[in-house]
Design a protein around this ligand. Sequence first.
Ligand SMILES: [Zn+2]
Length: 677
Amino acid sequence: MSKVPPEVVERVKKLREEIEYHNYRYYVLNSPVISDAEYDALMRELKELEEKYPELITPDSPTQRVGFKPAEAFKEVKHEEPMLSLDDAMNEEEVLEFDKRVKKFLNLPEEKEIEYTVEPKIDGLAVELVYENGVFTVGSTRGDGYTGEDVTNNLKTIPSIPLKLRRFTDDAPPIPPRIDVRGEVFMTKEEFKRLNEERILKGELPFANPRNAAAGSLRQLDPKVTAQRKLDIFCYGVGKVEGIRFKTQWEILQTLKKWGLKINPLARVVKNIKEAIEYHHYIESIRESLDYDIDGVVIKVNDLELWEKLGTKARSPRYAIAYKFQPTQATTQLVDVVFQVGRTGAITPVAVLKPVQIGGVTVERATLHNEDFIKNLDVRIGDWVLVQRAGDVIPQIVMPIKEKRTGKEKPIKFPTHCPICGTKLVKKEGEAIWRCPNPNCYASLVRKILHFASRNAMNIEGLGEKVARDLVSKGLVQNIADLFYLKTEDFMRLPGFAYKKAKNLFEAIQKSKKTTLARFLYALGIRHVGEAMAQLLAQKFKTLENLMKASTADLMSISGVGYEVAKSIVDFFKNEENQKLIKRMLEAGVTFIDEEKEEEKTLNGLTFVFTGTLKSMTRDQAKKLVLEKGGRVTNSVSKNVDYVVVGEKPGSKYQKAKALGLKIINEQEFLKLIGKV
Ligand SMILES: [Zn+2]
């Protein structure tokens, strides 16, 4: 029948086993043992064999994650065991109360200690994964707890969900004929930020939080869209189970892990409720440093025999509780909207709020992103609004509370002209952001001056925000080049300036004229040209003239420069106003010294990531040293990173770097590398 040579059948089997093992090392244990390239080679070989012998393809093959056609609609899936929701506890008393209730229900004395499992409560979307004889067959959303939606093909695109369970350790129990695994699908904060930036630029409505983003991504009719959003999962329990009996919740978690399912590495067993409360405080203290959103911790009785005795109430079990953190949302009133002009002329509407406490911080302003966002929300001045503070993201308005409207609310009018200089605003096709095209616009000018003078740019000491504003409002500076033509007497016209202070600022500006090309490029404030990019451009083009002559194609031939960046640079230097500006600065005596010759570029081409606190210097100083030596500094951990420098209390980047198998060095090793010891 089949013409497949037996050695190919054997090889395909071996490849799948190997790939699944490496998935397990990478996703479950966080410690891969092969490089991405080696992994890709295994996948490629398997794909090639399956293409040649399609009869070998099985639904659980690691190649079968993508390639499903969009669905018309989601089918319904009934959960064999209902997916209950948990009761919330908002404070310590309520958690102690829960512990008391458990003991009372079990007829245990109050001094008896109950053992609990604890783990972070992921702010994601609950799903159920059905494994039959170890093969992932059906995946569904929680829905109403009894019936959910069939999102199998979308779940298959999530790389941390195994398509086949295996016994990855010798002590793993045999794979049961059927097990329904429960987990929480989530989106990392980084991916959430990336996705929202992309959506805002396209004029689409940003997601309010990572949970909505995860839900929106999972409930896509086209699995290809889901595959592009980097979703992840933590498994936390089971539903219907056949052929195996667990004794404790901890055993469930550990067994799932041994079978290749990802569980939260912060999960623990604690001896009593007091320890559970301590765990809650600990997790709350590291909350911001995690790369996913959580909104509390889940506390579960560990002994499953007690679960049966405790049973469930209407829709929630008696053996578990969600101990929530302080809320990150609050309602308040939208008093006004102001339109900020940014350094690149971008107009951002900012909501002025009646001050409100959210998670221990007073929030008075929140972003409204852009015109489309305002229109879509239909938010008005005078509205009561739901405001949210999530992680390191700036506070934002989630929605207006329309039920509270009195009829006196006024629609927000987006300006057609720059609120500062009056120039007609422009909007690029395909973008959602209005910009003031006037390069001399007041607000953008103040920001431009501040950026120009900042420490990592021209480094002009004594030129802070107040001075910049005064210089502009007195008409002394109409563009950044004017700074180099100011005399000591000019500064003496500013409020608070006597001779000495004026002379100091004058001298600081003269001193700044001797700079490096990289600093100057960064100081110009070209869109998409940050410090690292400026450094790269200076290295590649050597002189300003060369760079000013470069075409989009020339720029794009440099690794790390994409079309958008290249176009932005070409457009900047093509602009006549900018050309004049640069000419005047050079005429005033701006010259470029070649730091490259003074300092050996020992770190040329190497990329660094920093995490944690360094003892001997600030992050900025360390960054500068790397740049000076020709290296690059980035914030995101990827396989393109050469060194991860780990200081005290490193964040999630450290874990990620370990998972990727990157070179990790401590402060001492870093100092050696840059020649400081
Ligand atoms: Zn303007």
